[in-house]
Design a protein around this ligand. Sequence first.
Ligand code: GRF
Length: 207
Amino acid sequence: MAAMKNIVILISGRGSNMEAVVRAAQAEQWPARIAAVISNKADAKGLEFAASHGIATAVVANKDYPSREAFDAALQSVIDGYAPDLVVLAGFMRILTPGFTAHYAGRMLNIHPSLLPLFPGLHTHEQALASGLAQHGATVHFVTAELDHGPMVDQVAVPILPGDTADTLAARVLEQEHKLYPRAIRWFIEGRLTVEDGKVHVDHTTH
Ligand code: GRF
């Protein structure tokens, strides 16, 4: 059997996507372990879930560092202490320096609550509602220096319904995120993902 892969998950808050990943890894017996959950906020709710599941947790608080570069360097050394094969951003609300994204090139994923390339950045649900589009969704992508612009691994669409608010729409998307993200991460762990010319190919053959 192939060696267990190490996954490090970064969060800033609730951590429901992290929770979905932890549960899927366990239930589906991935050849991977969640080596650590790291937050830039000491009060991130998700840290409690991780700790209660026996996962190592750490806080690297951006407010303790004088610059983005200093914070990213500190964060990188904590992450690398867990020898990650994959770094998973799960509601990690930080703009990352180019040096940091280069260090994890090809081994860092993010989930963004829109159908990229539509609506990078914040307030995606409000923007989707204001757009008049019939559909919204979420995207898993490799992280590159440009915010919310890396090669896309997978997407899910949900309808925008009459009477939707940002909250009802966000909830409909989030439910799908919890399926989309674990599946994409599993593909990575299973070695199914290759990137060529900025596009991701998923190998769906059994192996
Ligand atoms: C999710 O909607 C995710 O797509 C976005 O931030 C939210 C995080 O939620 N990046 P949670 O912390 O995973 O519950």
